[in-house]
Design a protein around this ligand. Structure first.
Ligand code: RET
Length: 284
């Protein structure tokens, strides 16, 4: 009962838009899953774990979104004019639990593609994971107040935002300190990934605040649309961009499957020099 979606009756259009965007979300994650599984081997083995983690995120997100879709359609019944509450309820809380898996995975992918290892990896990874879980669970507590106490919603949201700023700072420093050492266009691509992350992550707190700034039926539609756009950009598009960086880095290191999949000239002297420098890659 806590989530505001349960407090309204919906027109056929409002109800359908929510059903459709939730289904779009499931479809995008399944499409992403197929992409990551099929392209994993294009990049050098040291980067392949990034695609594996993307695939893990796709499976967990597809399952939760399918659950949301079923949850939504069973929480309302059609009375001939409007979709009215049924005897079960709808909850966004499942999403937060799902983020506990996805947020650490998505951030770990960054470290893998940037080639960060050893003690440095451990340190940043801990910051990402602990910061991420603190951000999610404080927000999880806060969303229970969305229909009973807007001040509490805002306070918990504020605490959660502190952790989000910390993570974004950590992501920014990690990317911008490494980007200039990356070959070809991959440094620029990593900077774009940073901005994509900032854009897509910001949609989640906006969705959290909908009960405050738009407590209406259309507000509830907006919230599910925001979640879906955020889910597709922060997981699928982000993963595809990281796999592009992984492929290009692998090609610059002379890894043949990457060169072939990108259609780069395997005969060029620059690539041959790289291959001579990394003979171990040719045997893999
Ligand atoms: C909450 C609570 C309100 C304040 C803030 C939040 C941030 C949530 C974010 C979630 C990101 C989720 C991702 C999931 C991918 O699978 C918890 C809504 C700042 C940033 C990337």
């Amino acid at each position: 009962m806590e989530n505001m979606e349960n407090h309204f009756a919906y027109t056929s259009a409002q109800f359908d838009i929510i059903t459709h965007v939730l289904t779009l979300g499931v479809g995008a994650q399944i499409a992403g899953l197929i992409y990551f599984v099929l392209t994993r081997k294009n990049s050098a083995p040291r980067y392949q774990l990034s695609s594996v983690l993307s695939a893990v995120v796709m499976v967990s997100a597809a399952l939760i979104l399918l659950n949301q879709q079923i949850n939504w359609t069973s929480a309302f019944t059609w009375d001939g004019q409007m979709w009215q509450r049924s005897d079960s309820t709808f909850s966004n809380g499942y999403r937060y639990v799902n983020w506990s898996i996805d947020v650490p995975m998505l951030l770990t992918q960054l470290l893998i593609v940037l080639g960060i290892t050893g003690a440095k990896f451990k340190k940043i990874w801990l910051g990402f994971t602990l910061g991420g879980l603190a951000m999610i669970y404080t927000g999880y507590v806060g969303q229970y107040y969305e229909t009973t106490s807007i001040p509490n919603l805002l306070i918990w949201g504020g605490i959660s935002s502190v952790f989000m700023v910390y993570i974004c700072y950590l992501v920014g420093t990690t990317i911008f300190r490494t980007a200039h050492t990356l070959p070809g266009t991959t440094g620029g691509l990593m900077r774009n990934i940073f901005w994509l992350l900032i854009f897509s992550w910001t949609l989640y707190p906006i969705a959290y605040l909908v009960p405050w700034f738009m407590p209406t039926e259309w507000g509830m539609v907006l919230r599910q649309v925001l979640y879906t756009v955020a889910d597709i950009t922060s997981k699928v598009i982000y993963g595809v961009m990281l796999s592009r960086v992984a492929d290009e880095r692998s090609a610059h290191e002379g890894y043949l499957p990457a060169l072939e999949s990108l259609g780069w000239d395997t005969e060029s002297t620059q690539i041959q020099e790289q291959q001579a420098r990394h003979p171990e890659l040719q045997k893999l």
